[in-house]
Ligand binder design. Structure first.
Ligand code: SF4
Ligand code: SF4
Length: 223
C-alpha cells in the first residue's frame, strides 16, 4: 500500500537489512494490544499469509471470508484480503483473532504485517529495506536483529517472494492504468484474486512451489 509521506517523517531516518540490529523488540508487548485494535482495513494479507492461515487454522480464504474474519478491499487498483476488525462497544474494534486477555490466538501463524510491526518495508529500485515506524508503538523497546524479529523461516526465500508479490501488484496497477477498459481491470483483478487467494493452497505442501505455479499462470496471461 502506497503511503504519501516522507521516510524522515515516520521513521528514525535509517534503513535496515535482515542482518542489522534495530530497536523494534517490544519485549512481549506487556499489557498492550493497541495495534490489534482499531486498525480498520489496514492489515492487508498476501498469499503467504493465506497459506499460513490454512496451515495453522485449517481454514482457507473462502472459509475465513464466510466467517467474517477477513474481507476484501481495493488497494492501488488491486483487490486484496485484509483482517476484518470486529466492532466493539463505544466505537472500538478489535482483530477477530485477539482473545479477551489481549493475546493473539494465531501468534504462530500471524500475518506478515503483524510479524513486521513496528517495522515497515521501503521499496526502492529492485529491492526493499526495512524502516522503524517511530510513532506507531510507544512501548519501551530493545534492540533485535531484523531477521529474528520477522520470525519467518527461510528468510531469503521469503524476501524474494515479498518482492515478487510487490512487483505483481505494481504491474497489475500499471496494466490497468494503460488499459482503461473496465472489463480488463475487472477480469485481471478476478484472476489475481482467484489464482493467488481464493483457490485453496495445499497446507501440507511447501508454499513457494505453489506460489511459483500460480505465478506462471499469471505470467502466461499478462506477458
Ligand atoms: S503497540 Fe507495540 S507494544 Fe502494543 S501490542 Fe503493538 S507492538 Fe506490542
Ligand atoms: S493477527 Fe494477532 S497480532 Fe495480528 S492484529 Fe490480529 S491479534 Fe494482533
Amino acid at each position: 500500500m502506497k503511503r504519501y509521506v516522507s521516510l524522515e517523517e515516520i521513521s528514525d531516518g535509517k534503513l535496515y537489512k535482515a542482518d542489522d540490529m534495530v530497536k523494534a523488540d517490544c519485549l512481549g508487548c506487556k499489557d498492550c494490544s493497541r495495534c490489534c485494535h482499531e486498525m480498520g482495513d489496514t492489515i492487508l494479507l498476501d498469499p503467504y499469509d493465506i497459506w499460513r492461515f490454512q496451515k495453522g487454522l485449517g481454514k482457507d480464504a473462502q472459509t475465513l471470508l464466510a466467517e467474517g474474519k477477513i474481507a476484501l478491499r481495493v488497494v492501488d487498483g488491486v483487490i486484496v484480503p485484509h483482517i476484518k476488525m470486529t466492532p466493539l462497544s463505544q466505537g472500538d474494534e478489535k482483530c477477530p483473532f485477539l482473545d479477551e486477555n489481549g493475546w493473539c490466538t494465531v501468534h504462530a501463524h500471524r500475518p506478515g504485517l503483524c510479524r513486521l510491526f513496528p517495522l515497515g518495508r521501503y521499496y526502492e529500485g529492485e529491492g526493499f529495506s526495512y524502516f522503524l515506524q517511530k510513532s506507531e508503538c510507544t512501548h519501551p523497546k530493545a534492540k533485535v536483529k531484523v531477521s529474528k524479529w520477522l520470525d519467518v523461516p527461510e528468510l531469503q526465500k521469503y524476501e524474494a517472494y515479498v518482492l515478487t508479490w510487490h512487483q505483481i501488484q505494481k504491474q497489475a496497477e500499471s496494466l490497468q492504468q494503460e488499459n482503461t477498459d473496465e472489463a480488463f481491470g475487472r477480469n485481471l483483478n478476478m484472476f489475481l484474486l482467484k489464482t493467488f487467494f481464493l483457490t485453496p493452497y495445499e497446507a501440507d505442501a511447501e508454499f513457494y512451489p505453489q506460489f511459483e505455479a500460480r505465478l506462471s499462470a499469471y505470467r502466461s496471461i499478462v506477458n
